[in-house]
Design a protein around this ligand. Structure first.
Ligand code: NAP
Length: 461
């Protein structure tokens, strides 16, 4: 490796570490993205300078295909980023699997397959292949192209564990005797099938955590690929990816009060059906005028945004509403649930896009003790994250998940289009509570109407 490449690799490794550091704060997050992109450009540039490259033809073809695929993937709406991430992980896993396979047959034909190389290639191929099909399955579930409900059968965990165990045993076998080449394709097939089986029993509501786990598997396969290709940068970048994905998964499990094993093997979401929704219980509905009056007369308002705000792209109207209420001296805060929306930080990004002051955003644990004193809790397209069943109904699939205690506010105004359930597919008692008013309609439209009332065109003051 030439010195320029070494230096470029060193700089990119440092930039990757800094990017992760900066990513943890909203005000430095933009810088983090810039640092990570620069690091990646330097890493690719450094690799292209390697003297071992004899022709650029295949690299140019692969780069063109990658760019052609990457541009449309980069343009998906924010709400589709989780499934896009699943797809990226599938591609990352596929790349690792293909590099491992190519290296295996190359080294085998050249008689250079040492025990160590074989062990690393086997680990890379297993992790890469399972991440590939796992990522595709997760993307399919998040895009609702595959059922979001857990698919379970008797002895599922045993079958899945046995498949992985056989792949691992064959990997060890090959490491002992790398010429037993019949075993290699079997390892690939087992790992690909295991990736599918890993995701099948996991319900849609756990997909964000699973995506994060897959991120760490993809990172680990990149580490193995780094050993195979003798690239220290890949080892470092893969380790960062693997560790950060794992840490994020743990944080998310904690936010949902779930154990890691429960997420991965618990078949979350299989128990419940939407039974209560068909009971046609009565709800009280309000008009934008009623809502404007209630809000204008409140001392304090806590806005709880959820996935519906993202779908409606209502964040700018929410900002107008915030301005109108703040102007009247009303204390307005935003309660942000860690898994509101469809990806970690989803609400933070949308609210920041609308320039809502960051100090108005309060995390769930900090706002909950005060919810009893709040005048109006305005729920905008949030459902699961304010569902009291998580506190009270032991049979509910979301039981134990921490929620924002919207129901404890003096009055609750809930904006959504219908009585349809949220992501977990379950009914929400909050909507039927005596202190709740439903404000039906598209969030952007409805909040726009409420703002109009507040700006003096309507009857509210
Ligand atoms: P949610 O439970 O999915 O509920 C969203 C609500 O928004 C729905 O009930 C829907 O009701 C309403 N809605 C949709 N479009 C709307 C529009 N245009 N205007 C107004 N309302 C609209 O959302 P959440 O409370 O934010 O909870 C997030 C859920 O997603 C959790 O179960 C979480 O585990 C899961 N999840 C989270 C992540 C993450 O990392 N944040 C990722 C994947 C999944 P209508 O159809 O009646 O309008």
């Amino acid at each position: 490796m030439n010195t320029v490449t070494e230096i470029l690799y060193l700089i990119s490794a440092a930039l990757f570490i800094l990017a992760l550091r900066w990513m943890s704060q909203p005000d430095t997050a933009r810088r983090a993205v810039f640092a990570a992109v620069t690091g990646m450009v330097l890493a690719v540039g450094g690799t292209l300078l390697q003297p071992e490259i004899v022709t650029y033809k295949w690299i140019a073809i692969a780069a063109t295909a990658g760019i052609a695929l990457g541009i449309p993937l980069a343009r998906v709406p924010l709400t589709a980023v989780p499934e896009r991430t699943g797809l990226s992980q599938a591609f990352g896993g596929l790349a690792a699997g293909l590099v491992g396979t190519a290296k295996y047959y190359l080294w085998l034909s050249e008689g250079e397959l040492t025990h160590f190389r074989m062990a690393v290639v086997a680990a890379e191929v297993i992790l890469g292949c399972l991440t590939c099909t796992g990522g595709l399955m997760a993307a399919g579930k998040l895009a609702e192209k595959i059922t979001t409900r857990p698919v379970t059968y008797r002895g599922q965990n045993i079958v899945s564990a046995a498949l992985l165990a056989v792949a691992a045993v064959l990997g060890v076998w090959l490491a002992i005797d790398p010429t037993q080449s019949w075993a290699f394709p079997i390892i690939i097939v087992l790992a690909l099938v295991f990736g599918v089986l890993l995701i099948l029993p996991i319900g849609g509501a756990d997909m964000p955590t699973v995506i994060s786990f897959l991120n760490s598997y993809a990172g680990l396969s990149a580490v193995m690929m780094g050993f195979v290709l003798e690239s220290k940068l890949l080892i470092a970048a893969g380790a960062l990816d693997g560790a950060s994905g794992f840490v994020l998964s743990i944080i998310m499990c904690k936010a949902m009060n779930r154990s890691v094993t429960n997420v991965l093997f618990g078949a979350f979401g299989s128990v419940q059906s939407v039974t209560k929704a068909s009971e046609q219980r009565a709800v009280k509905s309000a008009t934008p005028t009623d809502a404007a009056e209630l809000l204008a007369n409140a001392d304090s308002v806590v806005i709880i945004p959820g996935y519906g705000m993202a779908v409606a792209q209502a964040q700018h109207r929410v900002r107008d509403l915030y301005d109108q209420l703040s102007k009247r001296g009303i204390d307005v805060k935003f309660a942000v649930h860690p898994v509101a929306g469809r990806m970690p930080g989803h609400m933070n990004v949308l609210l920041a896009e609308a320039d809502i002051p960051y100090d108005r955003l309060v995390e769930m644990d900090d706002i909950n003790p005060d919810m009893g004193q709040v005048g109006v809790a305005l729920v905008i397209g949030a459902n699961d994250v304010v569902n009291p069943a998580a506190r009270t109904d032991e049979k509910s699939p979301i039981y134990g998940m921490p929620i924002i205690d919207a129901d404890k506010a003096q009055t609750v105004i809930a904006i959504k289009r219908s009585m349809n359930p949220g992501f977990a597919g379950i009914d929400n008692d909050l909507y039927y509570a005596p202190n709740t008013l439903m404000l039906f309609g598209d969030a952007k439209q409805v909040i726009g109407d409420v703002v109009k009332q507040l700006t003096g065109e309507g009857s509210a003051h």
